[in-house]
Ligand binder design. Sequence first.
Ligand code: UD1
Length: 314
Amino acid sequence: MVWSGLTVGVTGGAGFIGSHLVDRLLSEGASVVVLDVCSSEKAAQVPDSARLVIGSIADPDARREALSDCDAIFHLAAIASVVLCEEDSELSASVNRQASLDLLAEAGISGVGAFVFASSAAIYGEPQHLPITESHPITPLATYGADKAAVDEAITTLGLEEVPATALRFFNVYGPGQDPSSPYSGVVSIFTQRASSGEGVTIFGDGLQTRDFVHVSDVVSAMMTAGESLLTHSTASPAHATPFNVCSGETVTLLDVVATLDAITQQPMDVTHAPARDGEIRDSFGDPSYLIETLDWTPEVTLEEGLRELLDQL
Ligand code: UD1
């Protein structure tokens, strides 16, 4: 067991993806330290067996307190709202970019054995080819993507003498625990909640836009697999200084999502169409084959299974 007995830091460990990762690390026998700015409500949901340090990744003292003794670090903390990053680009620069770069540098100094960064498909911007592969140009459309790209690039240009690190480029992550009411709620969390309560949904645009929805348990497996490879092989790991798309490879339209929900609930939802969101990417889907071939990862949850599970829990 790679993780048993190790101390593992998870920034953003009280958030949607981070909380699933923390559960998995604990079940694998790791001692987990969570660094998160979380509310008291979120703090109460962090398992008692994890050590919680409440603070920002932009605070060097909080980083030191939480992460200085870690064998591995998963870095998920970020200002996750694309809109907020646009409105307050200084905040995004200090948290999403500078604090992440500082954290990476400190991980190198303290000799961390694996640093796994939550990058984003947002770094690709408007797709120039589909499906999107890791060699796609990095042309982010907005501040959020640009700041994620800066950290992604710092990792993918690391040398062999530096901290073993990888950048995982998440596509549209969904699954249990994703809050449908937050300003950056993913469409799946909104639509499943509405399907469950019998309310209608609003589709921005014609509904033929495509996305690549990847289940949070598959994202957690990708993080664990990449972390294991780095811990085992250090900078000789094929994951070191390498970016990977974390996506399902399943391309669906929003109308497909609604049709799948209708088929599961056997109750067609009322659909209203509104104008497409400004500046939105119409088609976004990734090619997961590099991660599949390099690290033997497999996405296991189909969108239909994932939607069924979500509806069962609501
Ligand atoms: C996602 C990320 C964003 C990231 C981008 C790039 C989320 C919530 N957003 O945006 O941070 O920058 O990928 O990879 O994960 N929609 C509706 N009705 C609704 C809500 C959404 O029609 O009530 C539509 C949107 O207009 C969009 C699609 O559903 O066409 C997906 O929306 P969303 O889940 O917000 O994700 P992205 O726009 O892909």
